[in-house]
Design a protein around this ligand. Structure first.
Ligand code: SF4
Length: 768
């Protein structure tokens, strides 16, 4: 990336409000005449052709992306919900003629780009006489593994030959698993046999091996035909390396103009680039970045956390001990113990037990200086791991010489894992600059784990990106309109960068209201938060009753979500109430979206990503501002670092984190122009604490209300406060709790007038 001490600011699109949209024929003529066809023009033509809505915000963002592709100046673009930001970056990228990587937070969004948006864009480019190719790259476990499938078939054949279905240990991944694991995997394989057989048949026909192209199966079934990066020996050591689906996807990705991937894979590449840069040369490995000139990160507010995870490390003595059983199967040590165990393995086992005991005596929390005993044991285990590594290398060589490719591949996997564990031991002992180390032991009965993590990830990202241009976008990129925290987190603090906030096409003040109660509603402070918990349950009941269900209630804890769900089920038995833990998240969201009056009580995982339009989601409730726990060592260390640099660590780290998650949660309500509703944040601290203004300024511009009756009235007018039964013509009582102090009768809703009702209420002005 270009270095420049003077940040530049963005000039908006020259005429974002233009309505003389250019048709695709005009675009083709422009290209034929040798004129440059830019992404904004293509986007306009696409919107015109598909009868889409002209959105100035989308064009402004597209113009900024087009500028970034030309200038190579990094871009931070905040684009509110409804902007259509995917097309706003994809068209300019496709038209730029430069190679790009697009990383999304989830595979679902990647799929949407690959299956819906990019084919249309490719058509637009082709129509103008140009060419454009794209590819998708997922994690290894999203592709069928031919080695695993071959092993499964061998297992099946051996079972048939024995006439018992009880096959010998032919799977290379089962071969080294504990006996009980083998038994349980066999049970699972039998139970899911039909699905597995279908997957195997599909693997013979598919050209991609991509899970999303195959039959829909459970994660458990899929895990039987796929493998993780940690368990793959690598194409060079695998008998199927030449035809491996993951490798083919990588090859395709290297040749494509645009590659769609996810944050997790991007973060792995950053780690790889960092390791290769620091250990071997100044030039990071190209990895999936390949020849890309531009890296676009969608939902970029999430990337720093994903990078932190990828660059963190842990030493868990018990997990290390489990690994020993795996490695022991392959080595031939010169000496063995009286029990016939390799002396190297026995010595590591002993040292790991000692390490666990030594860590028990270190208080949980940050550890600047490790006790000598721990250092000595870490050193001893590292040395012995290197010996183990050497024994495994010998064993791999023997397997290759004896022409046992399957065994050689299995040993290669174990070798790579031994190398990774040895690196973790070194990281824990030496604690590189800019990292924090701590002993993690949440409950006395838990085994202690020694962890390390980076205090900052921006520099690592910069190293990995090298000269590539970063374009980061999200609906929640700023904190109270300030780009500084994300800029710093992405390593752009000292670089020239363009920053824009294009806003949202939604009319938040008319479409919704933000309710934040004041005292006497209790604040969630102090050790005993019973008063707040009880008040939240009661308030949730009141609000859900007024909304006739139709509520996404977001909680900071699983316990809070489940307690609220139980409370609602007890008082409103006619409503379908779902809660985190009842089913997988995607199933819960599907149920919630399809049953109009249902309620979903969810935890932090659903504060973002839930996209339900229409009356099914008329009310979002948030139990409280989600600050990082006080005992979160990494957050505390990052705050202290900011303070030590004479910045305000509390605002920069704690408040910024809370503001982003709150804005994501609040953003669940309005997903379309026709959406109407209420967001309730049941945390009066927003009114009383200094950081409240920062939090409010980070949210969409709803008007704020504190009067519960005004809000309940608006909700009732909007939804009729009715259940599904009432909608079918049977008015029902809403089961008012004894302490609610007000009676409410459901009535048949008239959606249009209800909508006007809430708009009137909101336009009447806020009370805060
Ligand atoms: S390289 Fe071999 S083991 Fe690894 S994913 Fe491909 S087929 Fe499976």
């Amino acid at each position: 990336m270009r270095k420049d001490a003077n940040p530049v600011t963005h000039q908006p699109a020259s005429d974002p409000a233009r309505d003389d949209v250019i048709g695709v024929e005009d675009v083709a003529v422009q290209r034929a005449l040798g004129g440059a066809v830019d992404g904004v023009t293509l986007l306009r033509a696409h919107v015109e052709r598909t009868g889409g809505e002209h959105r100035p915000q989308q064009e402004e963002m597209a113009q900024a992306v087009a500028d970034a592709t030309r200038s190579a100046i990094p871009l931070l673009a905040q684009a509110g919900t409804g902007t259509g930001k995917s097309l706003a970056y994809l068209f300019p990228l496709a038209a730029s003629g430069r190679r790009a990587i697009v990383a999304t937070a989830t595979n679902q969004l990647s799929e949407q780009l690959i299956r819906h948006d990019l084919p249309q864009i490719a058509d637009s480019i082709t129509a103008t006489g140009g060419t454009f190719s794209f590819a998708m790259l997922k994690g290894r476990n999203q592709y069928a593994c031919l080695q695993r499938i071959s092993d499964l078939q061998a297992l099946e054949a051996a079972g048939a030959a024995h006439g018992s279905g009880d096959a010998p240990d032919t799977l290379f991944d089962l071969e080294d698993a504990p006996t009980e694991t083998i038994a349980s995997r066999r049970r699972q394989a039998k139970a899911d046999g039909a699905d597995v057989a279908e997957l195997i048949a599909w693997s013979k026909k598919t050209s991609s091996g991509d899970r999303s192209d195959g039959p829909s199966v459970t994660d458990r079934v899929w895990s039987q035909v796929s493998t993780s990066s940690a368990d793959c020996p690598g194409a060079a050591s695998c008998p199927f390396g030449d035809v491996c689906f993951t490798e083919l996807a990588r090859k395709k990705a290297r040749a494509a103009d645009l590659v769609v991937t996810n944050h997790a894979l991007l973060a792995q590449e950053v780690r790889l680039a960092l390791e290769t840069t620091t250990e071997h040369s100044d030039t990071p490995a190209a990895g999936i970045f390949g020849a890309a000139d531009i890296v676009v990160v969608d939902e970029a507010h999430d990337l720093p956390d994903t990078l932190t995870g990828a660059l963190s490390s842990e030493v868990d003595p018990r997990a290390f001990t489990k690994f020993l059983s795996r490695a022991a199967k392959y080595i031939h040590d010169a000496t063995v113990t009286a029990d016939g165990e390799s002396t190297t393995i026995a010595a590591i086992r002993r040292d790991l037990e000692g390490l666990e005991e030594a860590l028990e005596s270190v208080p949980a929390g940050p550890v600047e200086q490790l006790p000598d005993t721990v250092v000595d044991l870490l050193t001893a285990v590292t040395t012995r791991f290197l010996m183990l590594h050497s024994l495994l290398t010998t064993a791999a060589g023997e397997a290759r010489r004896e022409d046992k490719p399957k065994r050689a591949a299995a040993i290669s996997t174990v070798l790579a894992q031994a190398g990774d564990l040895a690196a973790r031991l070194v990281a824990a002992r030496t604690l590189g600059e800019g990292r924090v180390r701590w002993v993690d032991q949440r409950r006395p009965e838990d085994a202690p784990v020694l962890r390390t993590a980076p205090l900052e990830v921006g520099a690592a990202l910069s190293v990995a990106l090298a000269e590539r241009t970063l374009i980061a976008t999200s609906a929640t990129l700023t904190v109270a309109g300030d780009f500084t925290p994300i800029r710093r987190a992405l390593g752009l603090e000292d670089e020239a960068a363009t920053m824009i906030d294009v806003g949202s096409p939604f009319d938040y003040p008319s479409q919704g209201m933000l309710y934040i109660p004041r005292a006497p509603f209790p604040e969630p402070v102090g050790k005993d938060r019973t008063a707040h918990t009880e008040a939240v349950q009661q308030e949730v009941l009141e609000l859900v009753t007024a909304a006739g269900g139709r509520t996404l209630a977001l909680f900071t804890t699983t316990r809070g979500a489940q307690q609220a769900a139980e409370h609602l089920r007890a008082h409103l038995p006619h409503l379908a109430v779902h809660a985190t833990g009842d089913a997988p998240a995607d199933v819960l969201v599907r149920q919630f979206s399809s049953e109009e009056t249902s309620v979903l009580c969810a935890t932090m995982g659903m504060w973002q990503g839930v996209d339900v339009q229409g009356p099914s989601l008329s009310l979002v409730i948030i139990d409280k501002v989600a600050f990082a726990p006080m005992d979160d060592v990494l957050t505390a260390a990052r705050r202290a670092l900011a303070d030590s640099r004479r910045r305000d660590g509390f605002t920069e780290v704690i408040v910024a984190q809370a503001a982003t998650s709150l804005a994501q949660g609040v953003g669940r309500l309005i997903r379309a122009r026709s959406d109407r509703g209420v967001v309730a944040i049941l945390d009066p601290r927003i009114h009383t604490k200094g950081y409240g203004r920062t939090l409010l300024k980070s949210l969409p511009p709803f008007r704020v209300y504190t009067d519960r009756d005004v809000v309940l009235g608006a909700l009732t007018r909007l939804t009729g406060g009715t259940t599904a039964e009432a909608r079918q013509g049977t008015p029902v009582s809403l089961g008012r709790p004894k302490t609610a102090g007000r009676s409410r009768t459901s009535r048949t809703p008239r959606k249009a007038s209800a909508t006007r009702g809430i708009a009137r209420t909101i336009k009447g002005g806020s009370d805060s």
